[in-house]
Design a protein around this ligand. Structure first.
Ligand code: CTP
Ligand code: MG
Length: 381
C-alpha cells in the first residue's frame, strides 16, 4: 500500500520527564538494560513501511542521542533535531527539518519516545487509516469509570463516550504542516498532534491502540526489574597503614595499601552494586588518580554509589560478601561491618551478609601478602 510513498516517523524525545523525577530524563532510563527511547525507535526502524526517522532531543542530549543511534546501528535516522519548550515546539522543529531534508515525505507518524512498548501492529493500524483519511490516532477504551470535575463537585459521565489517546498519531504531511502553522498563528497549544490538526478543521480517525502501549510518566510505570551483580577486589598488606574492612577499623600491625582507605570489602561491594545496574565500575566513577579520593573513606563512596542507583530507582534487595584473609580473625568484627554497610545501603543488617575465610595458607592470601574480597548484590526496581 505504501509502495513508492514516503513515510517518516518523528520520535518526540525532548521532554524533561519532570513527573518521573529521575536523574536523567525518563526516555533514557533503562528497561531490561536498554534505554526506553531505543525500544520506542526500534519498532519504526524494523518496519518496511517506514522510510525515515527524525528524533527530537533536548539540546543537552543531542550528542547522547547521536551516540545511542550509532551504538544500536539504526540506519533510518535522518536527523537528530533540537527540541523546544513544549512537545508541540519539538514536533514542529522536526517537521521543518523533515521538509528541508526530505521534501518528498507524504505521511508522518509522530510517536512519544516515552512509549517503548509500541507494537508494529498498532503502527500499521495508524498508517493504513492515515493513508485513507489523512489523520488517525491510536486509542484505547477507558478502563476506569470516568467523572467530569467542575466547580463545586464532580459529575458522572459515560465512559463509553470517551477514549484514551496514545501515539503514534499519523497525518498526511501537507495537512499536518498547515495545521501546525495555523496553531502558531493563533498561539494555540495542544497536548497532542490530533488536537492541533482537528482545530484546523480536519476529522481525526480513531484506530485500535494497545493497552500495553503505555506512556512512561511516573515511577509506577516502570516495569518491575530484578538484577544481580558481582564484584571482586584485592589490596596488598603493608606496615604502617590502618586495616579497614567493611567500614570498620580492625586493630592489627598491618593494613591495606591503596589510594583511598583501601577498604577491599567496600570496593568489591561497590563493584557488585554498579555491576548489577550495568553502570560501569568504581574505576569509572572514582578514578584512583583523582586527588579527591586520596585517603577517601570508602563508606562515603558507597553512599555515592547508592545515590547513583537511586537516580535510576534501584533499591538493594540483599548483598553477600566473602572476605578472604589468612589473618587476623575477623569473626568478632562481622556484626559491626554488617551494621555499617547496612547503614550505607539504607537497608536492615538482615539484608547484608558478611563471611570470612582463610585460604589454608595457600597463595598470596595464605602468605599474608594481601586480602581479597568477593561480593554479590541483588537490586530491584
Ligand atoms: N516531549 C518533547 N518535547 C517537549 C516535551 C515533551 O519531545 N518539550 C516528548 C517527551 O520526551 C515524551 C513525549 O513528548 O516522549 C510525551 O511527553 P510527556 O510524557 O509529557 O514527557 P515529558 O514532558 O518529558 O514529561 P513531564 O511532562 O513529566 O515533564
Ligand atoms: Mg510533558
Amino acid at each position: 500500500m505504501f509502495h513508492g510513498r514516503r513515510v517518516a516517523a518523528i520520535i518526540a524525545a525532548a521532554g524533561k520527564g519532570s513527573r518521573m523525577g529521575s536523574d536523567i530524563p525518563k526516555q533514557f532510563l533503562k528497561l531490561g538494560g536498554e534505554p526506553v527511547m531505543i525500544k520506542s525507535i526500534r519498532t519504526f526502524e524494523n518496519m518496511d513501511a517506514v522510510d525515515y526517522i527524525f528524533i527530537v532531543a533536548g539540546k543537552d542530549y543531542l550528542d547522547h542521542c547521536r551516540q545511542l543511534v550509532e551504538d544500536y546501528g539504526f540506519t533510518k535516522v535522518e536527523s537528530i533535531v533540537t527540541g523546544g519548550d513544549q512537545r508541540q515546539d519539538s514536533v514542529f522543529n522536526a517537521l521543518q527539518e523533515m521538509n528541508r531534508l526530505k521534501p518528498g515525505v507524504e505521511f508522518v507518524l509522530i510517536h512519544d519516545a516515552a512509549r517503548p512498548f509500541i507494537s508494529e501492529e498498532v503502527v500499521e493500524n495508524v498508517l493504513s487509516e492515515t493513508a485513507g483519511t489523512g489523520a488517525a490516532v491510536a486509542c484505547v477504551a477507558m478502563k476506569n469509570s470516568v467523572r467530569k470535575i467542575g466547580d463545586g463537585g464532580s459529575e458522572y459521565v459515560n465512559r463509553d463516550d470517551y477514549v484514551s489517546v496514545q501515539t503514534p498519531q499519523g497525518f498526511r504531511k501537507s495537512l499536518l504542516i498547515n495545521a501546525y502553522e495555523k496553531a502558531y498563528d493563533d498561539s494555540f497549544y495542544g497536548t497532542d498532534d490530533a488536537s492541533i490538526v482537528e482545530r484546523a478543521g480536519e476529522r481525526i480517525a480513531i484506530v485500535d491502540g494497545d493497552y500495553s502501549n503505555i506512556k512512561i510518566t511516573t515511577r509506577e510505570d516502570l516495569p518491575m526489574e530484578n538484577r544481580v551483580g558481582t564484584g571482586f577486589d584485592v589490596h596488598r598488606l603493608t606496615e604502617g597503614r590502618k586495616l579497614i574492612l567493611g567500614g570498620v577499623e580492625i586493630p592489627w600491625d598491618r593494613g591495606l595499601d591503596g589510594h583511598s582507605d583501601a577498604d577491599v570489602v567496600i570496593h568489591a561491594l561497590m563493584d557488585a552494586l554498579l555491576g548489577a545496574a550495568a553502570m560501569g565500575d568504581i574505576g569509572v566513577h572514582f578514578p584512583d588518580d583523582d586527588p579527591r579520593y586520596e585517603g577517601a573513606d570508602s563508606s562515603l563512596l558507597l553512599r555515592e554509589v547508592i545515590k547513583k542507583l537511586d537516580g535510576e530507582f534501584y533499591k538493594v534487595a540483599n548483598v553477600d560478601i566473602t572476605i578472604m584473609a589468612q589473618s587476623p580473625k575477623l569473626q568478632p568484627y562481622i556484626p559491626q561491618m554488617r551494621r555499617v554497610i547496612a547503614g550505607c545501603l539504607e537497608v536492615s543488617p538482615e539484608r547484608v551478609s558478611v563471611k570470612a575465610t582463610t585460604t589454608e595458607r595457600l597463595g598470596f592470601i595464605g602468605r599474608e601478602e594481601g586480602i581479597a574480597c568477593q561480593a554479590a548484590a541483588s537490586i530491584y526496581r
